[in-house]
Write a protein of this length. Structure first.
Length: 594
């Protein structure tokens, strides 16, 4: 396998930063009689209770080798994105912790130690985010177990014992960081807490101690995951989503939504050019549903409509998403913002948490309990009420929207310089659309401040028989068509025709949400557009991605574009979300071009 998902970057950073915990496997002596192979015990059975997160890999050494030899790694380490991350508060905190752990272990930090100690089946359990308390287990041949730098330094550690099993402890007196490890006949245990290592050794000895597998959140989530993938991650969201570190560093910022789940499990399966991630999020029965969502109550009709609308997706798209049971106001405001009067809205009220100085002592004080820091910007906030055409809202509400497909693509003009963004929508309703009422509502929506009387706001019919549509006779690019319970609308007639002529999906799976992104199609256009926007007024050097000498790279043309270049091998990504009464299931597919 020549490619590996970006999660390896995160795993390598965590493992090298935290100086985790390893487990060695020693094969039987060659002189021993052959015996039937016994299934290895689950590494989670050796993990003490109290973990917040559990990650396991079938072949951690193999994954690291793939990452080290991949073009993605060589691109990543020299990218603007890596430069920005290397100067981030999170990275600097992890780097400091890495140095403290290295001092405690008496080892130089870096990838060499990780590659030495990484084995086959491996697992990491995180117990305290602020203190970076964790335990890691891996299986290694005995020949390698005695060659690691950690074992070579064991004479400088303090010897201890847990029952009959010896182990070793090192401590950095200045930071009070601890590194403890033990080698059994099959495993090496390395942890950042003496207590964690001792408890793991008791569990390996078969003593009756509480382990991770006895915790309800873990067993319930694992039971929902099916067969373990090449990587599997299980999280206690009830604990993690309320931690100050999660609120500070969770990039999605949807803290309130995440607090609606009790646990989650994610499996990554790799097969040929496709990497498939299966996620299950278990609902917290006591959690409240956020009020500011772009959709109303989900219905079976809405889920079937999402599956049906995927059949109207053209082959040549850039990005799309399909939402079940959208609110009429959301449908109308989105169409208005993207097609009828595209513009940049004024900044919404700030609802995202300010930067928090995270320490192990905990967040803030009682005077901050009423500060709103956990409400993410919802889609309904994207357009102000004054921009929502009431006439369009009324006609959409009357139709009873079941699902909405939105898509966008970039196209260069004939000169190859300017980019046009083609946008289209399909709204599936519970009743047939009133075509005349829709056209009238759209005329009312675009006329104020744009046309004089009805000049340029009249409709003319176009298209061949069977693919007919209506378009405005003025300068405003607007095309619509109705086909029974489906309304097609776009700022480009070719987009409407492509959606009308698309091929229905065979045996579509009902879903509450679907989305996709053609990275191979949009990557160069994104870089071109953001470079022009970032440097349109810069006089110091239009060829650079930085706003000034020695300055930080621009976010879009520098940081994000360099990350896009690093992952240029990813051709596309798609997401399909389903739900039941007690859980949400997500399937994410990453398709590689080679």
């Amino acid at each position: 396998m020549k490619r590996y998902w970006i999660i390896l970057v995160l795993l390598c950073s965590v493992f090298s930063t935290a100086a985790v915990l390893y487990l060695y496997q020693m094969p039987a002596s060659p002189a021993a009689p052959a015996v039937p192979a016994q299934p290895s015990p689950a590494l989670s059975s050796f993990m003490p209770e109290g973990a917040l997160l559990y990650v396991e890999a079938k072949d951690f050494a193999g994954l690291l080798k793939e990452w080290d030899n991949s073009p993605e790694k060589s691109e990543w380490v020299k990218s603007d994105s890596h430069e920005v991350f290397s100067n981030s508060h999170l990275y600097l905190r992890l780097k400091a912790a890495q140095s403290e752990f290295a001092t405690a272990a008496g080892l130089p930090p870096g990838e060499k130690f990780i590659n030495e100690a990484a084995g086959g089946t491996s697992a990491l359990a995180l117990y305290d985010i602020g203190k970076l308390e964790m335990l890691y287990i891996t299986e290694l041949p005995s020949a390698r177990s005695m060659q690691t730098a950690l074992w070579q330094m064991h004479g400088k550690f303090e010897p201890r014992s847990a029952g009959a099993q010896p182990f070793f402890v090192g401590k950095d007196q200045k930071s009070e960081r601890v590194v403890a490890f033990a080698i059994t006949d099959r495993y090496l245990v390395l942890g950042t807490s003496e207590e964690l290592v001792v408890n793991a050794l008791h569990l390996m000895a078969g003593e009756n101690s509480s382990n991770l597998e006895q915790e309800d959140w873990f067993t319930t989530a694992r039971a929902e995951s099916g067969e373990a993938g090449d990587l599997r991650m299980i999280l206690d969201l009830q604990e993690i989503a309320t931690s100050p570190q999660f609120r500070s560093y969770w990039i999605q910022q949807n803290i309130t939504e995440m607090q609606g789940y009790s646990a989650s499990v994610s499996n990554l399966y790799r097969s040929g050019k496709d990497y498939r991630e299966e996620r299950v999020l278990l609902r917290d029965p006591e959690a409240k549903t956020p009020a500011d969502t772009p959709h109303g109550p989900i219905t079976p009709e809405g889920e079937r409509a999402v599956a049906d609308l995927l059949g109207n997706l053209p082959a040549d798209y850039g990005v799309y998403r399909v939402l079940a049971n959208p609110k009429p106001e959301y449908c109308s405001s989105t169409i208005a913002a993207k097609i009828l009067s595209p513009h940049i809205d004024s900044a919404p009220d700030e609802k995202v948490a300010p930067t928090v100085a995270v320490t192990s002592e905990g967040p803030g004080n009682v005077s901050e309990l009423e500060t709103r820091i956990d409400v993410a910007l919802s889609d309904s906030d994207a357009t102000t009420e004054s921009n929502v055409p009431e006439a369009l809202v009324r006609v959409v509400r009357k139709s009873g929207p079941l699902a909405m497909l939105s898509l966008q693509s970039t196209r260069k003009d004939s000169n190859g310089t300017l980019l046009n963004i083609s946008t289209g929508f399909v709204v599936a309703s519970s009743i047939d659309w009133d075509a005349q009422a829709v056209r009238s509502a759209l005329q009312t929506a675009i006329r104020p401040g744009v046309t004089a009387a009805t000049l340029g706001a009249g409709w003319r019919q176009a298209g061949a028989r069977g693919n007919s549509y209506f378009e405005l006779d003025g300068l405003i690019p607007l095309t619509i068509a109705t086909r029974g319970k489906k309304l097609f609308i776009a700022n480009d007639a070719q987009v409407v025709l492509a959606m009308l002529q698309s091929t229905p999906v065979q045996n579509p799976e009902p879903a509450i949400y679907a989305a996709g992104f053609r990275h191979d199609r949009e990557r160069e256009n994104f870089a071109h557009l953001t470079h022009i926007l970032d440097h349109s007024s810069a006089a110091w050097g239009a060829g650079s991605s930085k706003p000034a000498p020695d300055g930080e790279p621009n976010f879009f043309s520098g940081n994000i574009t360099s990350l896009s270049t690093t992952l240029s091998g990813v051709a596309s990504e798609s997401v399909l979300v389903r739900q039941s009464e007690d859980k949400v299931m997500q399937t994410v597919i990453y398709h590689w071009s080679q």
